[in-house]
Design a protein around this ligand. Structure first.
Ligand code: ASP
Ligand code: MG
Length: 248
């Protein structure tokens, strides 16, 4: 999946809590703009606002115990599309050229079972062309398109995978912004003296993810490992700069 090396390109991902309100979306835009001003080309991947995905699933459950999975993908992929449009508008309102792209428009090709699809390739030209034009490219996480041209989703928490896969294709760094301020060896809520790690290997991170550490989605770490993509994890709203996780 490797593309041409471009050190100035960064993929940033902001999760649902980080974009939960319009004010929070504006705060995210500010952070992105800081990095853009440093001269970086930026792709921003976002999740659905707050608990949107849960609410959408809940609506479907009011209709059926076992809703059709193609229709589920059609439904739950809408959450991310709200966020990309709003965030892109904030950039434009702040004087920055920007474009929002659905998974399909970003070239994300997937396969497998609906609601649990896997990315098998990304046709990156569209994203690259927009970056070349100087735009901040805002991509809907969690979604893609299968060989039938149907919208698919990547499983809960799948926006991490979108971000790392895009970084792999662009051969650049991936920054995951979330509501924790880094990665700890043990749960800091249970062990108050827990130390934040400066870095962690992909293997350890995968093990933690599979144990349900809740920081990053397992599949995303796998892709990072396979393509040796540096991943940083940091708090969205703290001022600590990119304080974590460089896989070795
Ligand atoms: N919105 C999706 C979810 O809630 C994807 C994500 O947040 O990464 O699972
Ligand atoms: Mg999430």
């Amino acid at each position: 999946m490797k593309g041409v090396m471009n050190l100035a390109t960064i993929v940033q991902k902001y999760g649902g809590t980080s974009v939960g309100t319009i004010d929070k979306i504006k705060a995210v835009a500010k952070k992105v703009i800081e990095r853009k001003k440093e001269g970086n080309d930026i792709v921003v991947v976002v999740s659905a606002m707050g608990k949107t995905t849960d609410k959408l699933i809940d609506m479907a459950k009011q209709i059926s115990d076992n809703p059709n999975k193609r229709e589920m993908d059609m439904l739950i992929s809408t959450g991310e599309q709200v966020t990309i449009a709003l965030l892109s508008m904030v950039f434009q309102e702040s004087g920055y050229d920007s474009v929002s792209l659905t998974g399909f428009q970003a070239g994300i090709k997937t396969g497998g079972v609906h609601t649990k699809n896997r990315i098998f390739d990304i046709e990156i030209q569209n994203v690259e062309n927009h970056l070349k034009d100087g735009k901040i490219v805002v991509v809907a996480g969690f979604q893609g398109m299968n060989e039938n041209g149907d919208i698919t989703t990547l499983g809960r928490g799948g926006s991490d995978t979108t971000a790392v896969a895009l970084a792999a294709k662009l051969n650049c760094t991936c920054e995951i912004y979330t509501d924790v301020d880094g990665i700890y060896g043990v749960d800091p809520r249970v062990w108050p003296n827990a130390k934040k790690l400066d870095y962690i290997s992909y293997e350890e991170m995968m093990e933690m993810a599979s144990l349900g550490a809740g920081v990053m989605e397992t599949r995303a770490v796998e892709i990072g490992c396979k393509y040796k993509i540096p991943i940083y994890v940091a708090s969205t709203h703290g001022n600590t700069k990119r304080n974590l996780y460089k896989g070795v």
